[in-house]
Design a protein around this ligand. Structure first.
Ligand code: URA
Length: 483
């Protein structure tokens, strides 16, 4: 009688009917689906007694009903019965029943939170129209249904499924549906798995291992489905030797001011479970960034913008003077050249994700003028954390590096661009990176012939990027087939 889905409404209807006939808790067999014990079924009509409950009860029931304990229906009905008769305070933590229900509601809330933090989507082959992702998750409670609305909001423009042992949520062409769960599907590894692993390895400090805290944030039962945790046993096994190697290497004398910077850096380093889950959250977090000294002089963080599920991500160096004031990337002369070049090869500027390797403007002051300064390796490395998040959240099929700073940030390789431009390398995130000129470099060319040549090369690379992402989409086959 109680369905797998739409449970709260179904339970409420049954409970309302039962209480309207003043049927006491010990006569209802909730585990048998809400029938009366032994004698008769629950009356089909509502009885004469009308019961009113407050918001607190409805909210509590709205959580507890997703708990996996079979006795949850009975406990809630006991609470309803007592509320109706004015017997004590069955929702209060001071009452054993209220305390039990409160703990169950908390467990459900925690389970939903863990789902939002630990679901790791893998990209699935598609027919090219909408991108498609699949994930396997093992919640402790029946939380996929209430937890899915978060993913609908976050991935509204993609198709996805989340499979769990009890239920599968499928979001296709803007419609969410549920079907029975089952076995873990065969999900391909994709570039984002490598990115999570790289991110995790990069924040793992062998000298500061706190296993207790790590397990509290990321309980071990979730490890097997998280790409980044595959490396934990090996990293732990190597930790002692790494600390020894660090000790042998000796301390590097700190630069002046490094203490303040690294204090800020540590203070803003989130634990893995606190990673921003959406581009909006990431942008908000980046606005507070104090990882390096560039935030001191710059007006604001300049976050990326564009299509949040773009197949192509274009990465520049850092915001310039105009971008720093406007808070948006590529709004000055370099941006104008870039957009013209994109339109010239039929690449829609609104269909890409446009961002920078470094999110703050670095400059030196000369009178009233602010003169652009190249970010150094350390600043690029601090900011790579944000770029990595953008890559993980947008999941482009190709990243296009404009200039040497973006190339270094994306590939970790600082060889000169002249010999690499026009080629595709593998980025630190595991995905392809196409290297090309920065539009500002073209604008700075002293002679017109040089400018024209470089501009043609930029256009050729943009066109190659467009073809690359289109071919990647075509190669893919059938997407999430609804059986
Ligand atoms: N140059 C860049 O690299 N990025 C901008 O946003 C503007 C100019």
């Amino acid at each position: 009688m109680l369905p797998d889905r739409g449970l709260p409404a179904a339970w409420r209807a049954l409970a309302r009917r039962a209480i309207s006939h003043r049927i006491p808790p010990d006569r209802i067999d909730w585990q048998g689906g809400g029938n009366l014990f032994a004698d008769s079924p629950l009356p089909t009509e509502t009885g004469p007694h009308e019961v009113r409950v407050g918001r607190a009860f409805l909210e509590l029931a709205g959580s507890v009903l997703w708990h996996s304990a079979p006795e949850r229906f009975d406990l809630l009905y006991q609470a309803l019965w007592r509320v109706d008769r004015g017997e004590g305070a069955p929702l209060s933590a001071a009452d054993p029943l209220g305390q039990r229900l409160g703990l169950m509601a908390k467990a459900v809330g925690r389970d939903i939170h863990k789902m939002h933090a630990f679901v790791r989507f893998r990209e699935l082959p598609t027919d090219g129209r909408r991108r498609s992702f699949g994930a396997w998750f093992e919640p402790a409670h029946n939380t996929l249904e209430p937890g899915s609305t978060f993913f609908v909001k976050r991935f509204a423009d993609m198709d996805w499924l989340i499979a769990t042992p009890g239920l599968t949520a499928r979001y296709a062409a803007g419609r969410l549906s549920f079907e029975p769960g089952g076995q873990r599907p065969d999900l391909p590894d994709d570039a984002s798995a490598a990115l999570w692993a790289t991110y995790f390895a990069s924040i793992f400090n062998p000298a500061r291992i706190k296993l207790g805290a790590m397990r509290a944030e990321m309980p071990k039962k979730y490890w097997k489905n998280l790409p980044e945790t595959r490396h934990i046993p090996a990293m732990l096994a190597d930790a002692e030797a790494r600390v020894e190697r660090m000790r042998e290497a000796g301390a590097t004398p700190p630069r002046p001011g490094a203490g303040a910077v690294s204090t800020r850096y540590r203070a803003t380093m989130p634990a893995p479970a606190d990673l921003p889950a959406t581009l909006c959250e990431a942008r908000e977090a980046a606005m507070q960034c104090r990882r390096c000294g560039l935030c001191e002089a710059a007006t604001q963080t300049v976050w990326g913008e564009g299509d949040s599920s773009a197949r192509l991500m274009i990465v520049g160096e850092q915001p310039g003077d105009r971008e720093d004031l406007a808070g948006r990337p590529f709004v000055g002369p370099a941006g104008r050249l870039l957009r013209e070049a994109m339109r010239g090869v039929e690449l829609d500027p609104d269909a890409v994700w446009l961002t920078n390797a470094v999110k703050h403007f670095k400059f030196s002051s000369r009178g009233k003028r602010r003169i652009h300064q190249k970010p150094d390796r350390r600043e690029i490395e601090h900011c790579r954390w944000w770029l990595g998040l953008e890559l993980a959240l947008v999941r482009p099929r190709l990243a296009l590096a404009l200039g040497a700073t973006a190339a270094l940030a994306l590939t970790g390789d600082s060889r000169p661009l002249a010999s690499r431009r026009g080629t595709i390398e593998t980025g630190l995130h595991g995905g392809p990176v196409l290297l090309t000129w920065h539009p500002s470099h073209i604008l700075r060319m002293p002679d017109r012939a040089g400018q024209t040549r470089l501009r043609h090369e930029l256009e050729a690379d943009l066109a190659a990027g467009r073809r690359h992402v289109a071919a990647a989409a075509r190669q893919s086959t059938a997407l999430l087939t609804a059986d």
